[in-house]
Design a protein around this ligand. Structure first.
Ligand code: ZN
Length: 490
């Protein structure tokens, strides 16, 4: 049996000014051909599971491409076409099945608003019969073209995503069973007009926990897979919204009723998917009153794991204005400042502009640096080994990194984008985060398993950026209307 296995993962924030070229899909661009298994075999990802499944049945594995880019602005058209061409070329040679590790929220610059649907349609145009299994992220905006052009879809049930491997494994297993004619997978889906905030999609709490639980408990009897998608709301496209996909063994009606049941629960609890912000001044005031540290200041409006520029300075500015001290900040992406500070070297007092280098035209905000005086305390190559519970064992690369120390803050400044997903962002540059009164983190969800256990309290700070959780900041032109919560529903 010959199986084509590929990965094309990108969550597109259509408001983000951060570009998404070919090179962003891997350390040196995507993995191609034999590089794919070398890099992805053994990883706890959907594609890792697909490779394991195919190996188990001694299949002839063909891996045209695997690439994953951090969330950012629309994907370059040439890069997208290259992904499609390589995958389609392999399918056209002939195969018995296709396993695809996709995200489900890819938008192409000057191209398709539904990257995954477009890719699947292209594959179907080459071979209308080839069975296709797809894994999707919980933040997928599921579309008609995605559902109509594959056989099995399974989405992550967790956020933070810790079931990527299991999701791929389930999708691949269902397809393999159907190839042996043991089952006959059929799908139903619904995409609902709810623009939910990702800050309210933690699958351990609130309405999203209920949704994840009902999806999980539905997977019994003839229901082979049930997925509830939170969707990705920072996407100005008609299909942005929550959705559900259910795969059953030959029972279309059961698939439909299960889908309805899941989405009915989402609609009933729709107000619980909306984040209510408090003004930044108030958040910092609240943080200032907390005696025991470390207090986490979560700068969620500028999170690079959702398309943020990771360089807005408004939360730090307000924290300093209100007199907070003993703050560790980071990372802030500012290659220009890194270059300057390395040239100046350690221990020399200097005043310079930090952060705020990138404009955000889609939300009408210009970059606004913060002028600070301090010294370079440390310079590193920015590499660190993850020891925490997520991405354990992986080497992270922040680019050249500088610790800039002012009288009240130690700021980690990097050349590359880096989510604070491990204590290593601080410990690797000589900062002990447990000894700080405040940790200012540009994060939304991934700080939780790592910084949560060491924190005395968490304070969400409504800073500035393209990942803000306030719909009024975004000018949506292409989403469907009416949509909750922008429009009123009875
Ligand atoms: Zn996601």
């Amino acid at each position: 049996m010959k199986i084509v296995i590929a990965q094309m993962e990108h969550e597109t924030n259509t408001f983000s000014p951060v570009p998404t070229p070919w090179d962003s899909f891997g350390p040196n661009g995507p993995y191609i051909g034999k590089e794919v298994t070398a890099a992805m075999k053994g990883t706890k990802t959907p594609i890792g599971a697909f490779i394991d499944l195919a190996n188990k049945i001694n299949a002839d594995i063909r891996t045209p491409i695997a690439g994953l880019a951090l969330p950012s602005g629309p994907v370059d058209l040439v890069a997208f076409q290259k992904f499609c061409d390589l995958i389609c070329e392999e399918v056209s040679i002939g195969c018995d099945a296709v396993f695809l590790d996709l995200h489900g929220a890819m938008v192409v610059k000057n191209g398709s608003l539904d990257g995954e649907g477009t890719l699947l349609k292209k594959i179907r145009n080459i071979n209308s019969k080839v069975p296709i299994a797809v894994s999707l992220d919980l933040h997928a905006n599921v579309t008609e073209d995605i559902v109509n052009n594959c056989d099995v879809i399974v989405g992550y049930k967790t956020y933070p995503h810790i079931d990527m491997y299991e999701t791929g494994y389930l999708a691949g297993s269902i397809l393999l069973k159907s190839l042996k004619q043991e089952i006959n997978p059929v799908m139903a889906w619904i995409n609902q007009p709810i623009l939910a905030h990702t800050l309210k999609m933690d699958t351990k709490e609130g309405a999203m926990a209920k949704l994840a639980a009902i999806a999980q408990s539905s997977e019994t009897g003839d229901v082979l897979a049930a997925s509830a998608f939170g969707g990705f709301p920072m996407a100005d496209i008609p299909t942005a919204g929550m959705s559900s996909v259910v795969v059953t063994d030959g029972n279309k009606k059961l698939a439909k009723t299960t889908c309805n049941k899941i989405m009915q629960l989402a609609w009933t609890n729709r107000s619980e998917f909306i984040w209510e912000d408090i003004p930044l001044v108030k958040s910092i005031k609240k943080a200032a009153r907390i005696d025991k540290g470390p207090v986490l200041l979560i700068d969620h409006a500028d999170n690079c794991a959702s398309g943020g520029t990771q360089d807005t300075m408004h939360v730090l500015k307000e924290a300093l204005k209100q007199g907070l001290k003993e703050i560790a900040v980071g990372p802030i992406k500012d290659p220009e400042a890194v270059e300057k500070l390395i040239k100046i070297g350690k221990g020399i007092t200097v005043t310079l502009n930090i952060g705020g280098k990138v404009d955000m035209p889609a939300i009408n905000i210009l970059g606004e640096p913060l002028r600070l005086t301090g010294v370079v305390k440390n310079i590193t190559d920015g590499k660190y080994l993850v020891t925490g519970p997520q991405f354990t064992g992986m080497t992270m690369r922040m680019g050249r990194t500088v610790v800039f120390e002012t009288d009240r803050a130690e700021i980690v400044i990097t050349e590359e984008l880096q989510e604070p997903l491990d204590l290593g962002v601080f410990t690797s540059v000589g900062i002990n985060p447990t000894k700080k009164q405040y940790l200012l983190l540009k994060s939304r969800m991934y700080f939780k398993p790592v910084f949560g256990p060491i924190a005395s309290e968490v304070v969400y700070c409504n800073g500035t950026g393209v990942t803000a959780s306030d719909w009024r900041l975004f000018e949506y032109k292409n989403i469907r209307r009416p949509i909750y919560p922008i429009d009123k529903f009875p």
